[in-house]
Design a protein around this ligand. Sequence first.
Ligand code: CA
Length: 245
Amino acid sequence: MYASRNPGAILIIEDERNISALVVQYLEKAGYEALAAFDGAKGLDLVRTRHPIFIILDLMLPGMDGWEVCREIRKLSDVPILILTAREEEMDRLLGFSLGADDYVVKPFSPRELVERVKAILRRARGGARRTGEVLRHRELALEPEKHKVTLRGEEVALTPSEYRLLSTMMSAPGRVFSRDDLLSHLHLGGEAVVDRVIDVHVGKLRQKIERDSGRPEYILTVYGVGYRFAEPRDDSERTGGNEE
Ligand code: CA
């Protein structure tokens, strides 16, 4: 059991002990409790027993690799995951696999920057776009900022922090067109070459979770050549006119 005020630990799963030790050192310096696992199996044990608030996961691990570990973590928890990857090419695979990670850092990295990313992701995981606590609704979808909860037809939808942040950003301003760059700035993701695809992958996953037919979205609409917008109430009346894409 935890002491009630303990906000929880950050888990790093990385077999290279010098990297792990450096990250632990920076996390502790920033005031976090850090846990280290040197392989995936031990990492999953710690996810089950210690319920970390954040996971830093290296892809190149002995035994069970980072891909497998990420999939297993997602069966257990929606905890934010930041992936460490040694090569740019892995980023492509990573996006293609849609593993549910929240951010990616390519090695070699600055531990200071890594800790800043961790802080930013934790902030937005706890935050949400609005502080008013006003529940945002459209059709059968509701977003409750105070509970950090999204429901569809009354059923809770499990979103990653990035998906929640994107939905919250767009749903707070129905009809406003967001470019991929706009949306990216709300996610605090880095990496210029992958910018468009990062947003498209997150939007694709969001649609799978909230749309009846992700090929004919009713909530998150594509603005061709620009980006995305959340549907306005008037989109419903237009739809009955049969003129929507
Ligand atoms: Ca490694």
